[in-house]
Design a protein around this ligand. Structure first.
Ligand SMILES: [Zn+2]
Length: 344
């Protein structure tokens, strides 16, 4: 076996679970599904329900917006119209109203321009919109937490290519953040230190998985990555919610978001699919929680999906075929200007 092949188990301190890294199997023959790069859409699509001036399902007309455009989701999963007459199930089952708010956030009026190709100013405007939404929603009665995310690419089920994120304000706290919150609480109790600050320090000391850093933010493929190209982008100063960031930190985060998404797209010179989410604390329990942006890309090669199967779905722990040190090196080498801009 090659000397640099990684075959070991790594502890995921934020989820408190083991990840099997079996990078020695990467060269095994692969017969699986492939993902073709989609054609670049037009800057404006008259049939798109997100483009400015177009009509949405239900008849609402989008304004002729220029910046970020936020509206209540026409097909909400939680919301004020959820039924309140519910059938009370027998124990141990429980039921309650699907209360909350679901919103859509169009990143820009351009149908064809993803986060990676937006100017730093426009990315900063997206983050400022997240902040404004947080400030508004934290005042709403019954909202415990806000999940802000972006699904990018057909392989993660995005039907409309117009770049947009979503927001769910819910009456419960999301499981991932609850798990991370518990881990950070336990770590504080057992060591007296902040877990996320220690993760940042460990990544800085090692350096092999680092992607981007300035005074205010840091991006890296975590030591314990579950997905091949998983990336954490975090403010260095601990805040529990994105709206606690100061203006210079927002600009720094925008630069970091730009750098990470450009590396993704440049890697295979194609729009890079991912699920991106803001990890934030519930409103009523900040504790030690360190807010960060997590990218979970579903591909492990240009044409190969990471399938969630026996270990992940059946057992609940991840099996990774790639070493985070190797994928971080690939992403670092893919930095710089966006490949479509180079071509112009
Ligand atoms: Zn559109």
């Amino acid at each position: 076996m090659e000397q640099d092949a990684t075959w070991e188990e790594r502890w995921h301190p934020l989820r408190e679970e083991w990840v099997i890294v079996a990078a020695h199997r990467q060269s095994r023959p692969w017969i699986g599904s492939t993902v073709a790069a989609p054609a670049r859409p037009a800057p404006y699509d008259p049939a798109c329900y997100l483009c400015p001036g177009n009509r949405r399902v239900g008849g609402v007309l989008n304004p002729d917006y220029d910046g970020v455009y936020v509206f209540d989701n026409d097909h909400p999963c939680v919301g004020p119209r959820a039924p309140d007459r519910l059938f009370e199930p027998p124990a141990p089952y429980r039921v309650r109203r699907a209360d909350g708010l679901a919103r859509v956030l169009c990143l820009s009026p351009r149908h064809d321009t993803t986060m990676a190709e937006l100017s730093i100013d426009r990315v900063a405007a997206v983050i400022a919109t997240w902040q404004a939404q947080m400030r508004e929603l934290r005042r709403l009665a019954g909202v415990r937490q806000v999940l802000i995310f972006e699904n990018k690419g057909e392989v993660v089920g995005v039907s409309n290519p117009h770049p947009h994120g979503q927001l769910y304000a819910t009456n419960f706290s999301w499981k991932t953040f609850e798990t991370e919150h518990d881990a950070q609480r336990r770590y504080r109790r057992e060591t007296g230190r902040a877990l996320f600050a220690d993760i940042i320090a460990a990544e800085q000391r090692d350096g092999r998985r680092m992607l981007y850093e300035d005074d205010a933010v840091i991006a890296f493929v975590p030591y314990f990555a579950r997905y091949a190209y998983e990336v954490y982008l975090a403010p260095k100063r601990r805040v529990a919610h994105i709206d606690a960031l100061r203006d210079h930190e927002v600009v720094a985060l925008a630069r970091g978001l730009h750098a990470v998404t450009v590396s993704f797209d440049n890697l295979w010179r194609a729009p890079f699919p991912y699920v991106m989410s803001l990890h934030q604390a519930p409103f009523d329990d900040e504790g030690d929680f360190h807010c960060f942006i997590g990218f979970l890309p579903p591909l492990r090669r240009p044409d190969t999906l990471k399938f969630l199967a026996g270990p992940e779905i059946g057992g609940g722990n991840f099996l990774s075929d790639t070493a985070p040190e190797a994928t971080a090196a690939e992403l670092r080498a893919a930095g710089g200007a966006h490949y479509r801009q180079e071509a112009r």
